[in-house]
Write a protein that binds this ligand. Structure first.
Ligand SMILES: Nc1nc2c(c(=O)[nH]1)N[C@H]1C(S)=C(S)[C@@H](COP(=O)(O)O)O[C@H]1N2
Ligand SMILES: [Mo]
Length: 320
């Protein structure tokens, strides 16, 4: 079998979201890298390959899953060892190790705001709303890499319907846990914490949108956003906020972390679009983790048929 692990991917093919990061981070990073070089190259100095660290007993429960349209499902090893989760590390291959031991139970998520029945759910309470289903979705990071991930999750619509949104609710705001004692990078200012994200209510209610509680038939590992993270497969990966503690129905467009950090580079909508380049790189193609070469990036990440109607009348160049 020809297999290329992410450890073999030249870092020059990955374009970190973080290259804009503030001056202090640049300086600290440059010192660690041992030289002061052009900002675009600095983070590459940090992302040195580390050996995959996967205990034998962490094997996936399900292995016979098919990807969309015959595409291969990304390996469990890659999905759980190549991550973006800045609360733990900005080094994709360092997140799993830094997040090891993160205790995700007990956990509650408050579903609140403009609704008739605000409710705080524990994980059993969520599972009672809807039986977790398998959903094999592409995931496209704005940094030009992608995976195919066999999620386990419940439709977000089931959770929102349970609290009975008021007609004044037009958007949904999501918040990650804020606990610097458990998420060590929250002691730094590399991002404004807690991480926040948002969707328009119709996007949130779309049947493709899920709250994931697992992958490969197992509960989520900390590095993938245990115990609960958002999955919106037609949008760039940064919309998929991890380790959610609050879901709030609101009237106006809520602030979102990457848009707040770099508004010219990351929009609220962040729909995958090969024709709208990031200001610093093309979005026309991507590297599928585990494959050689490049794939064409698909409009709406391949889900146009299901979701393009959500944006009729909207200039898709503005839906970045
Ligand atoms: N709270 C939080 N959620 C987050 C992030 C993060 O840094 N913090 N990174 C995002 C980005 S940029 C991507 S691409 C995906 C990566 O998900 P994965 O590591 O499970 O593949 O998580 C998203 N959710
Ligand atoms: Mo990302």
């Amino acid at each position: 079998m020809i297999f290329k692990s992410p450890n073999d991917i030249p870092s020059s093919e990955i374009t970190p979201e973080s290259t804009y990061l503030n001056r202090r981070t640049f300086i600290r990073t440059a010192v660690m890298a041992g030289s002061v070089i052009a900002s675009g190259a600095i983070y590459r100095g940090l992302t040195q390959p580390a050996p995959a660290q996967l205990a034998a007993d962490q094997g996936p429960a399900a292995t016979m899953l098919e990807g969309p349209e015959g595409e291969s499902v990304t390996t469990f090893e890659d999905i759980t060892n190549y991550n973006n989760f800045y609360e733990f590390s900005t080094d994709k291959r360092g997140v799993a190790d830094k997040a090891r031991g993160f205790v995700a139970e007990p956990w509650t998520v408050a579903v609140t705001g403009l609704c008739a029945k605000p409710t705080t759910f524990d994980l059993d309470g969520l599972a009672r709303l809807a039986t977790p289903e398998d959903r094999v979705y592409r995931m496209r990071c704005v940094e030009r890499w992608s995976m195919v991930i066999p999620w386990l999750g419940v439709p977000l619509a089931a959770v929102l319907s349970a609290v009975e949104p008021l007609s004044s609710a037009k958007y949904v705001a999501f918040t990650t846990l804020y606990d610097p004692s458990r998420m060590p990078n929250q002691k730094t200012s590399i991002l404004g914490w807690p991480y926040v994200e948002g969707l328009r209510l119709d996007e949130a209610m779309h049947p493709l949108t899920i709250l994931s509680t697992g992958l490969y038939g197992r509960p989520l590992l900390p590095q993938n956003g245990a115990p609960l993270r958002l999955v919106v497969p037609w949008k760039y990966g940064f919309k998929g906020i991890k380790s959610i503690v609050k879901i709030e129905l609101v009237a106006g467009e809520p602030p979102t972390t990457w848009n707040r950090e770099a508004p010219d580079e990351y929009g609220f909508y962040a729909n995958v679009n090969p024709k709208v380049d990031h200001p610093r790189w093309s979005q026309a193609s991507e590297r599928r983790i585990g494959e050689f070469g490049q794939r064409d990036t698909l409009p709406f990440n391949g889900y146009a048929e299901q979701v393009a109607g959500l944006y009729s009348g909207m200039d898709l160049r503005r839906s970045f």
